[in-house]
Write a protein that binds this ligand. Structure first.
Ligand SMILES: Cc1cc2nc3c(=O)[nH]c(=O)nc-3n(C[C@H](O)[C@H](O)[C@H](O)COP(=O)(O)O)c2cc1C
Length: 204
């Protein structure tokens, strides 16, 4: 069994990010051997990073009790899906802040990125890959960029009663099944890295 946390990368009212995050979390729950949980940054009102020492030096001793809880929540996961919009060719500051607050709970875990934006959001993903490596995470090659037609349909509230499984169905259709490929890569790595984390560190 592996636990995957799906992070919602934007927190503004009327955001789009939470829709694909909820959809992907539900799809992950259908996968065998997977526990999935939505982790919405809106529910985690972390201040701008203001610890006197870096998270590496803090070694899990955080002054702010909310940060301690944040570290515990992230520690529970064996892997992550991060859903991010593109803001000014990057990713939202609220997401960087949530990543920066802690260090060790991210280590040696896979992460897959899902983006959206006027141009698909892939520039936000490319920047996040670099950040993930600094956090000793393992970004996977597959990514999901949500087509603008889907985003527009949701924002314009074209089908308000449509279930999310219908809204996002095109992501799973056709030869590509973007989501299927994405899950396969993420889950394989989550299993392997989970086993690796439980082994004593090699001296070699
Ligand atoms: C501050 C801001 C900057 C944006 N910059 C870009 C951008 O550089 N490229 C792009 O493709 N879309 C850009 N967009 C459009 C957003 O990516 C798009 O509206 C997305 O759905 C916003 O995500 P959210 O609704 O979850 O906040 C920007 C939106 C905002 C609010």
């Amino acid at each position: 069994m592996v636990k995957i946390e799906v992070l919602v990368g934007s927190t503004r009212p009327n955001r789009f990010s939470d829709k694909p995050a909820v959809y992907l979390c539900e799809e992950l729950k259908k996968e065998e051997g997977v526990e999935a949980e939505l982790v919405d940054l809106k529910d985690w009102e972390l201040p701008f990073f203001n610890e006197p020492v870096s998270p590496i030096a803090a070694k899990g001793e955080y002054k702010n009790p909310l940060v301690k809880k944040w570290a515990e929540k992230i520690s529970e996961a064996d892997g992550f899906v991060i859903v991010t919009p593109e803001y000014n060719h990057g990713y939202p500051g609220v997401l960087k802040n949530a990543l920066d607050w802690i260090y060790f709970p991210w280590n040696q875990k896979p992460v897959g990125f899902v983006s959206h934006g006027g141009a698909g959001g892939s520039r936000a993903i490319e920047q996040l890959r670099q950040v993930a490596i600094a956090l000793q995470m393992h970004p996977i090659q597959s990514a999901v960029s949500i087509p603008q037609e889907i985003v527009r349909g949701v924002i314009q509230n074209k089908n308000p009663d449509q279930p999310l499984s219908e809204t996002f169905r095109p992501l799973r259709e056709g030869r590509m099944d973007m989501v299927g490929r994405f899950f396969t890569e993420l889950l394989k790595l989550a299993v392997v890295l989970k086993a690796g984390r439980s082994e004593p560190a090699s001296k070699g």
